[in-house]
Design a protein around this ligand. Structure first.
Ligand code: SF4
Ligand code: SF4
Length: 128
């Protein structure tokens, strides 16, 4: 079962880690319902985005994830941490039955994101 390597640059998300990694166990990619069916990457979103409210959150998240032995060891070894991806954008050429993404890598973006609709799966490409 394929699962793409996730690179994320949404540094306003609680799951974001320096190095453009996502620390969530699983992410869900959806169509932005306000925009209807996706025709471009901006019509997709990462539903697992959770806005970090304060600077304290950011420091807390950074410390929690980074100071622990396992995590720092993983970082030292350069291990890439990546969540499981489920995707509901079924008109994307990488989408497969069972809500899988068959891309090797995906890039989630959204500078200064404050809500899920501010995020995008930049790897989205229309099927066909
Ligand atoms: S926006 Fe999505 S992919 Fe990026 S860190 Fe948050 S949960 Fe992970
Ligand atoms: S590349 Fe396509 S199938 Fe994969 S997560 Fe992004 S929108 Fe979904």
């Amino acid at each position: 079962m394929s699962n793409p390597q996730v690179k994320c640059t949404v540094d306003q998300c609680t799951h974001y880690m320096p190095g453009d990694q996502c620390m969530a166990a699983k992410i869900s990619v959806y169509n932005d319902e306000m925009r209807g069916t996706s025709a471009k990457s901006q019509d997709t979103l990462c539903k697992s985005f959770h806005h970090r409210k304060t600077m304290g959150d950011m420091i807390g998240a950074f410390h929690n994830a980074n100071v622990g032995g396992t995590m720092s060891a993983a970082f030292m070894e350069g291990t890439q941490i990546t969540p499981a991806v489920e995707c509901f954008v079924n008109n994307c050429k990488y989408w497969n039955t069972g809500n899988y993404c068959q891309a090797e890598n995906i890039h989630v973006t959204g500078s200064n994101a404050a809500k899920t609709s501010d995020t995008d799966c930049e790897t989205f490409a229309v099927k066909g």
